[in-house]
Design a protein around this ligand. Sequence first.
Ligand code: OKP
Ligand code: ZN
Length: 341
Amino acid sequence: MITVPGYFDRRQLTHEPVQELHNGGWTAYAEKSSRAQIIANSFAELRPARDFGLEPLLNVHDRAYVEFLRSAYEEWRATGRDGDAIGYTWPVVRRRRLDFDRIDAKLGLYSYDAATPIAEGTWEASYWSAQTALSALSVILDGEAAASFALCRPPGHHSGPDYCGGYCYLNNAAIAAEQARRSGRRVAILDIDYHHGNGTQDIFYSDPDVMFVSIHADPVTDYPFFWGHADERGAGPGEGKTLNLPLPRGTDFQAYYSALAEALDAVRSHGADLFVLSFGADTFEEDPISHFRLRRDDYRAIGERIAAIGLPVLVVMEGGYAVDALGHNVEALLSGLEDDA
Ligand code: OKP
Ligand code: ZN
């Protein structure tokens, strides 16, 4: 049984898009609410999220984008459409920015893929997913626990300052990291989801204070393709504070563990005093949309290795689509963290 304090809000379940565009056709939406239910079942107790309001969200995301998220579903329905709101035309890179009120134009402006429809409960669930991350952070900032778990869903790491994408609407990990920084902490984020956390990278790319390190599938072969390459190392004052460690499809734990050691060395060199782990269990060998080969026990070993660096750790849930195994994999990671905590 897990003893790390976990946070969750049932309103996160209200987001339930029906379908996404995949391999040229519509398929069932992979980021379903049952993911959260399964993880919740691994906890004897989950603490409810506290409401920290909009301000911490607006410290990371543009106000116009947040307002779009809030009203998009209603605006979509007002144009007479059934079902979920989804864009179908996106401004090409470097196209000049034009702002229209037409919902179809806004969907193009504020998203970058067709994997991220806006359903009736999307705003409510995303809002509470972010509050869950802030709540799990607060128990660490208050010094009540050395580690905590935010059962975030929808996930966040593909969402940037003014866009959704990759099942992500608000960047939970970035919102918590920014809040921690404003409380005087020196933060490093390690993202171990199978997919590169392009949104988190984007948010902190020029920032010298918050380090972003990511281990993920090589974007030459995998989503999100356009970000996460090894030569992306930060910009301006943030140069050297972004580290990308892409790995090939088929990676097993041995190769993964070397990358983890390198990532943790970077965290140490940053002088971090708070560690945010964006955790995706889609590196699992049976994940239906991913291609690494980690097993359940490997998550325990990852947790132990992270605990060994001796920093307070906020774990923020990202992806993981082998739903039946998801609770066990989260439990394995957290039990590894506890071993040394
Ligand atoms: C979100 B997270 C499958 C194609 C890929 C987007 C993947 C988003 C992953 N329909 N679609 O990082 O786990
Ligand atoms: Zn992922």
